[in-house]
Design a protein around this ligand. Structure first.
Ligand SMILES: [Zn+2]
Length: 426
């Protein structure tokens, strides 16, 4: 029997085992747990809001428990009868970024958040974890869910949807939903063209180009009362569907949305795992947060596609920013804590970076001096994660770094994306 054949047998066996686990514990639809994430720069707490039953489940039926170690937050679904963790996912939030701003030292704040998981057949306990200053997850909140509770709200669809790119059943694909921000009622065709432009641009960059058949892309059409985007720093205010705003945390280019529950209300119209919002503007900017959402300009004259793939690198698997300038927030990667992002290190525990180490030539010095003549060499270059010192990146100019200087993801980011997509599609 060939090794290839043995490999296929093993893969099928693991697949069936996973499906059996899914069938045992879950229905093929989604349960969403909405809550408020509150606190200041020293504390964080969580307050239950509501439960919503949504019609589709687009995630894997095999990769149920998250083994990546990514993210600053994590939730677990625990079967009460057996105390077994039957589903988990890690993620990041806008609230955690806000906690690093000066404002968080002066006041308390809440942001609406929500997590989704396949609908459990039996009663479960939801547990929320946050990463502490030492880099370890600590349990912060738990809530028992009676899955037959009559107060679990049933989702009611209100908006039109359309398919942009379909390649097969959602459980074996990465399912992206595109949402419109700042498109008025008469701009539906403009949004449709922006969705087609997203697919054309996004899948022109490696490794998404080679992995295109493992993705589905759908869209929800929700018009905004007014056309355009909100820019508080320029005193431009628009009534828009998702309430996005530039100048988030005082940074002009940072266009984000605080009401994540409002975003999920629109996304739930189609089977989805990842949310990307197309903003009706030419203004450079946007943002992307791991397992949360991404947003950027749909009409940037030159760099639309690069911004899409850069932000999606954050959204899909939490790749870090490889640039070394200072952002408005500080202290994102403290000394003595190894970042969980595959493409950043503080050299505290670099051995944990399996993908990066596997691509590093043993003759390459650590740290690696910058060299304009060897731009395609994997190394350990100082400057990354918004800090010029103490944080290191794997390549001199990756797409997770400066978008002006390159058209490629570095080999570390490329390999990490490929592995993660394959994990999601099991
Ligand atoms: Zn990279």
């Amino acid at each position: 029997m060939s090794r290839f054949f043995i490999g296929i047998l093993c893969f099928c066996f693991v697949g069936q085992m996973g499906y059996a686990q899914f069938e045992k514990y879950f229905w093929e639809k989604t349960l969403r747990f909405d809550f408020y994430h509150c606190g200041d720069n020293r504390t964080e707490s969580y307050y239950f809001d509501e439960l919503i039953e949504e019609p589709y489940w687009a995630g894997s039926k095999v990769a149920l428990v998250d083994t990546t170690g990514y993210g600053n937050q994590m939730f677990k679904i625990v079967d009460i009868a057996t105390d077994e963790v039957i589903y988990s996912r890690s993620y990041c939030t806008l609230f955690n970024e806000w906690q690093t701003t000066d404002e968080a030292g002066r006041t308390h704040k809440c942001m609406p958040e929500g997590v989704i998981f396949p609908y459990p057949k039996n009663d479960v306990r939801l547990e929320l974890y946050a990463r502490n200053r030492q880099g370890c997850f600590e349990k912060k909140f738990e809530h028992v869910i009676d899955v037959k509770d009559c107060f679990i709200k049933k989702f009611t669809p209100r908006y039109e949807t359309f398919e942009v790119m379909y390649n097969g059943a959602p459980t074996n694909k990465v399912d992206i939903v595109l949402l419109p921000e700042g498109y008025a009622t008469n701009e539906k065709e403009k949004f449709r063209q922006a969705c087609e432009g997203f697919v054309r641009e996004f899948f022109s960059y490696s490794p998404f180009k080679e992995k295109a058949l493992q993705f589905n892309v759908r869209a929800v059409w929700v018009p905004s009362a007014e056309s355009g985007v909100t820019m508080p720093g320029e005193q431009v205010w628009r009534q828009t569907a998702l309430k996005a705003s530039f100048y988030t945390f005082g940074a002009e280019r940072y266009q984000m949305i605080e009401d994540f529950q409002g975003v999920r209300d629109v996304a739930a119209h189609v089977p989805y795992e990842y949310i990307y919002i197309l903003s009706n503007t030419q203004k450079y900017g946007g943002g992307g947060i791991f397992n949360f959402y991404g947003i950027s300009a749909a009409n940037h004259p030159t760099r639309t596609g690069k911004i899409y793939v850069h932000e999606f690198g954050h959204v899909l698997l939490g790749l870090g920013d490889e640039y070394g300038e200072n952002a408005p927030y500080s202290d994102m990667y403290p000394e003595g804590v190894e970042p969980w992002e595959e493409n950043l290190t503080t050299l505290t525990d670099f051995g944990r970076k399996v993908i990066w180490n596997g691509l590093l030539d043993s003759a390459t010095p650590i740290p690696t001096p910058l060299n304009e003549k060897k731009l395609d060499k994997v190394g350990v270059y100082e400057g990354g994660g918004y800090a010029a010192k103490g944080v290191y990146r794997p390549w001199q100019n990756c797409l997770m770094n400066n978008l002006h200087k390159t058209d490629c993801f570095c080999p570390v980011c490329t390999d990490a994306i490929v592995r993660y997509v394959d994990w999601l599609c099991r």
